[in-house]
Structure formats: C-alpha cells, structure tokens
Design a protein around this ligand. Structure first.
Ligand code: SAJ
Length: 404
C-alpha cells in the first residue's frame, strides 16, 4: 500500500479493532470509527475494550506511533472497511441496518478511486445493494470506485494470528474491484487471497458456518439416538472416526456464539424452500439445549423420589464454548437459567472457571461444587473439568464429553 494511503474501519468490535490494529502496524494511517464514544475514548488511550490475546500490545503501539486513532465520525480516506454487526431480527431475518448506516455515513466522503469493502457477515446481495445505495446518492461515482466483499474467518482467542495467516476470499462487484481489494489485503495478509465475485464471497462465509452447524447437528442427533439406544456416543464417534474419511464432530449442550448459531439463518431466510438440511440443523442444535435441561429436570425428580430430599445440582460451565470467558448466546447459560427457574437457588451451584463473578449466577469453585453436588451437569468441556474423578455416588450428566 502506498504509505500515504488512509484507511477508515467502521466498527471497532471483535473483528474491527484487531483489523484496524493490524493494518496500523504496517505503518498505514487508520481511523477507527465506532458509534460508542466509550470505545473511541478507550482506543485513543491505547487501551482495549474486548478480551483478545496480544491485541492490547498491537493497539497500544499503533496509537503511540500515531498510526491508529479512533473517532465517532468518519473522515475522508482512500479505503473504507465496514466491519459492523449483522444480527438477525426476532423472526430470524438478517438485520443489515448497521451496514446501511455505516455506508450512509461515508457516502459524502467518497471520491473517485476509493475502495469500499464489507467484512461483516451479510446476506447474499448486500454488497450490490450498498453499491446501489451509494450510486443513488453519488451517481457521478458510478464505475469510478471499487467495491468488494471479504469475510473474516478468525477464531476468537486466536484473532491476531489468524487475521494475518488465514486464507481470504475476496469478491468484487467487478474484476477491477476484486483486484483492488486483493492489492489492499496483500499488504497485511500473508496467506492466499482467493479471487471471486461479491455474491460468491458473501455465500462462502455463510456456507462455512452453515456446514459446521450441520456437522454439529449430526453429532447432536447421534447423542439423542445413543441415549435412547444405551450406547456411549463418545465411544461411538471415536470409533467411527477411525475410518479414514469420516470426521464426526462432538455433541454438546447446543450451539452458541454469534456465528455458527446465526449465519445459517441468513441462508434459510433468503432461500426457505431450498435450505431444508440447514434449517433442520438449526432446529436440532436449538432443541439439544432443551433436551439437556429436561434431562437435568428428570434426574432431579428421580433423585427426590429416591432420597426424599432435593438434590444439590452443579451446572459445570456457562461459556458458549470450552476455555473461553464469553457467555454471549451460550447454550450452557440458557440451560443454567432453565434449571434455576425450576429450583430454588440454594440447591444449585454455578461453575464458570473463566470468569470471576456474574451478575445473575453466584459462582462456586469447580472443585467445591463437584464435591458437594449430588447431580453434576457437565455443560462445557473446560479443561479444568477434565481431571475431575468419576465418582459412583454422583449422578453425572455428561453433555459435552468430559468423561469420554
Ligand atoms: N461446537 C460443538 N461441537 C463441536 C464444535 C463446536 O458443539 O464439535 C459448539 C461450540 O461449543 C460452540 C459453537 O459450536 O457453542 C461454535 O463453536 P465454534 O468452535 O464453531 O467457534 P466460533 O463460533 O467461535 O467460530 C466459528 C468458526 N467457523 C468455523 O469453524 C467454520 C470461525 O472460523 C469463524 O470465524 C467464526 O465462527 C465466525 O466469526 O464466523
């Protein structure tokens, strides 16, 4: 990139801030824009508001060296990256209003030769929609600016490494735009950049996560079948995976996070007639959490009938996946809430080794909870739980393969 290239990143979240810091590390002037003034103030102090290994060092040095600044307002740049959230509405319809408002904010600033890229996970056709929006306000820019879509595929907890080293799929609204975007990413992405068109790039992101959701649904469905068949599903999957071309994923307490549990709906809502397996996989993964809550409920009732007293129940894990501290959209948290509703709190011990405290759940150390509990519901396969001894006097409900 020419060293006087100015880049504006719209959205300083889990992807936007790491991306801004990485580009700034390559001596490029980056303006990070966020609608939240607290985020802007935090970044301008060289600090961070999200938890991601190594990110603090990147942001601190980029701000100190003057290559990264944050603001609530965009300024004229040469490259604009839209990295804002794309949630779904109550009826599972994708919500691209953040992408639209970020685009509207920069329309007055655009000039001939600028590059506009969307990174946010978006329904197919969004980049073309934003192109029409831009041209409807600035017709003189038609075919004079470059527009592309480039999804990210980084894993939370490994973002700084994966941003630089994961292959990227780059889809322009035309070939010149694709090439312009490739030339941009080449400056800070040291892996393969795969050229395609915008619609294919948009669908590629949705396909990656939908394929994973379907694979997890297959594992979860197996767990329901094996529970009825009296088969250890962990042993079954381990044996099936000995086949050279079989790779069955792991059953769990459901599918959480902002990605795998969300992105498939972007396909289903646009192609409801065609996306049968994708829709059904979502239903199975959502149902799995209900199923786990019911198993705990039944175990509680059986215990009470047998022992004439209420059991102490340990909910082991609240995060949305193993060994992280993120509880957003967590199936384990949902199940813990269901158990709490059906039981007075004194009988339930909540365990989450990756956070100190929680506003709703009073946390107990995992060792202590395991010792005291009559029923142990293993909801998240955190590494701390792997050493817990199997005790005959406890009812172990292993939903995530702690004891596999
Ligand atoms: N899960 C299972 N069984 C498994 C694997 C995962 O139940 O065998 C559950 C996890 O517990 C979690 C959920 O699925 O609740 C999602 O976990 P994940 O490991 O898929 O991780 P995410 O959502 O943090 O990251 C995914 C990744 N996408 C793929 O692996 C295809 C990541 O590369 C994407 O960048 C990210 O979504 C995203 O941002 O889209």
């Amino acid at each position: 990139m020419k060293n006087n290239t100015k880049v504006t990143i719209l959205g300083l979240g889990y992807i936007g801030l790491p991306t801004a810091a990485l580009i700034a590390k390559n001596q490029t002037y980056v303006l990070g824009v966020d609608i939240n003034p607290e985020v802007v103030d935090t970044v301008n102090k060289g600090e961070i508001h999200i938890i991601e290994p190594d990110l603090d060092e990147y942001v601190k040095s980029a701000v100190r060296n003057g290559f990264l600044r944050a603001s609530t307002k965009p300024k004229s740049s040469d490259v604009y990256l839209v990295v804002v959230p794309t949630p779904f509405k109550g009826n599972y319809e994708p919500d691209i209003t953040f992408v639209e408002s970020a685009t509207k904010a920069i329309i007055p600033l655009l000039k001939e030769g600028d590059l506009y890229i969307i990174e946010s996970t978006s329904p197919v056709g969004t980049t073309e929609k934003m192109m029409e929006l831009i041209y409807s306000h600035r017709s003189e820019l038609k075919d004079k600016i470059y527009l592309a879509y480039c999804p990210e595929r980084v894993l939370p907890g490994n973002v700084m490494y994966e941003l630089e080293n994961n292959d990227r799929v780059i889809g322009g609204v035309n070939e010149e735009s694709t090439q312009k975007a490739i030339d941009f990413y080449k400056q800070f992405v040291h892996s393969n950049l795969h050229a395609t068109n915008a619609r294919t790039a948009e669908m590629c992101k949705l396909t990656e996560n939908s394929s994973r959701d379907v694979q997890i649904a297959f594992a979860n469905e197996l767990s329901l079948i094996c529970d009825k068949a009296g088969i250890n599903v962990w042993e079954l999957i381990e044996l099936a995976n000995k086949h050279p071309r079989v790779n069955i994923l792991q059953p769990g307490a459901g599918v959480g996070g902002h990605c795998i549990a969300v992105d498939p709906y972007f396909i289903v809502s646009d192609y409801p007639e065609e996306s049968k397996i994708i829709a059904q996989a979502r239903a199975i993964n959502n149902y799995k959490s209900e199923w786990c809550a019911e198993k705990i409920q039944n175990a509680r009732l059986e215990f009470e009938l047998k022992h004439g007293r209420k059991p102490i129940i340990a909910c082991m894990g609240l995060a949305f996946k193993p060994d992280i501290d993120d509880l957003r959209e967590s199936p384990a948290k949902y199940i813990a809430q269901r158990v709490m509703q059906s039981e007075n709190n004194a009988q339930i011990l909540f365990v989450e080794p990756n956070i100190e405290e929680h506003t709703v759940f009073k946390l107990t150390n995992y060792d202590k909870a395991y010792e005291k509990a009559d029923i142990v519901a293993c909801l998240v396969a955190h590494k701390e739980f792997k050493d817990l001894p199997k005790k005959e006097d406890k009812i172990l409900l292993d939903f995530c393969g702690i004891y596999k």
